[in-house]
Design a protein around this ligand. Structure first.
Ligand code: KG4
Ligand code: ZN
Length: 329
């Protein structure tokens, strides 16, 4: 089945074609307009999606070497995300589905992130633990089967990606903050500053990153007059504090449910130090990550999951709604 995927939950306008579980094309346009604001401006993002969606879909069709009429189904992210940007994508996709008289399915963005791991390895087997780490979510899931998910842990406040983004802003870096902090801290000393690691020595599977961000703010404030402040060391130490907690809790979760596989999903999964630390800490089980380009928002994961559902005969009615707070379970 040939499925077009459309993603517009935040600031990436993306389209992809998936056929027989293989990605024929994936096009992502990251909106640069937000970088000068240090975060996504929702109204600007919605307008950008509306401007770009048609040409991004055209590009995906050309790269996959197919025509619009070849599309057999459409998958589009319906939540969670920004209300306006979700509406841009869903309205566009509904119009196309109606015009082509093809089925449509509204996709949960979080589920699509998790399923990006099947693109890394089609042999991936249930059950597994997933550490889902994006700009808006930090969650630990026990993925028992398709549509059968149990939450093991979540954050009380900020998400891990948000901690990277807010930390980057404090350090005067651009948006998105994760790649910026990773780049700056690459050769820095991770132990230079002892930032807090909330709940690390606690049995509860919970995260909290708001105190870490405040600690960075105070640290920068009280050291700004000093000449010997090394930003590379600070970035490396800040990143390591986030990673230590993520990996510590992931190990606890894996031990608790006793699975043999774990996967990492979401934008923060692109972080190389996180990957290395997870590999070391969980060398006794199988660890999977999506390809770097499939960690951050993309439509390949949407098209892939959409094809799975549509080929099982599951589709949405034409009047389905967006849900900015859509949950996984
Ligand atoms: O999954 P995603 O693209 O969008 C959401 O669904 O939120 O995740 C975006 C988040 C941002 O907070 C960004 O700073 C973070 O992922 N991120 C990273 C890296 N690349 C993206 N964080 C750490 N290291 C990276 N290399
Ligand atoms: Zn995402």
């Amino acid at each position: 089945m040939i499925v077009l995927g459309v993603e517009s939950s935040c600031d990436e306008t993306a389209a992809a074609i998936c056929s027989n579980n293989e990605i024929l094309s994936t096009i992502v346009s990251s909106q640069v307009i937000h970088s000068k604001f240090g975060g996504v401006v929702p109204e600007l993002a919605s307008r950008e999606h509306e401007l770009l969606l048609n040409s991004i879909v055209e590009e995906a069709l050309v790269e996959a070497n197919i025509h619009k009429q070849d599309i057999e189904g459409i998958a589009v992210t319906r939540g969670p995300g920004l209300a306006g940007t979700l509406l841009s994508g869903v309205c566009f996709a509904k119009g196309l589905a109606q015009g082509l008289q093809k089925p449509i399915i509204g996709i949960n963005h979080l589920e699509a992130h998790i399923f990006a791991n099947f693109l890394a390895d089609p042999e991936l087997d249930f059950p597994f633990v997933c550490l889902l780490v994006s700009g808006g979510h930090t969650q630990l899931w026990l993925v028992i089967d398709m549509n059968h998910y149990t939450i093991l842990g979540t954050t009380r406040d900020d998400a891990a990606g948000e901690a990277f983004d807010k930390g980057a802003r404090i350090l005067g870096l651009g948006y998105p903050g994760g790649p910026e902090i990773e780049k700056l801290g690459k050769n820095g000393n991770q132990r230079a500053v002892d930032f807090p690691r909330a709940f690390l020595n606690d049995k509860r599977l919970e995260f909290s990153f708001s105190g870490l961000k405040t600690a960075l703010l105070y640290f920068m404030d009280s050291n700004k007059e000093k000449d010997n402040v090394n930003l590379e060391d600070i970035a490396a130490s800040y990143q390591q504090a986030i990673i230590d907690v993520l990996v510590g809790k992931l190990v606890q979760a894996v031990e608790k449910v006793n699975v043999k596989t774990c996967v990492i999903a979401g934008g923060v999964a692109a972080n190389k130090s996180l990957r290395e630390t997870v590999n070391k800490a969980l060398s006794n089980i199988r660890v999977l990550y999506p390809d770097l380009s499939l960690c951050t928002d993309n439509a390949a994961m949407v098209a892939y999951l959409g094809e799975l559902y549509l080929s099982m005969g599951v589709s949405s009615s034409m009047d389905f709604d967006i849900n900015p707070n859509l949950k996984l379970a």
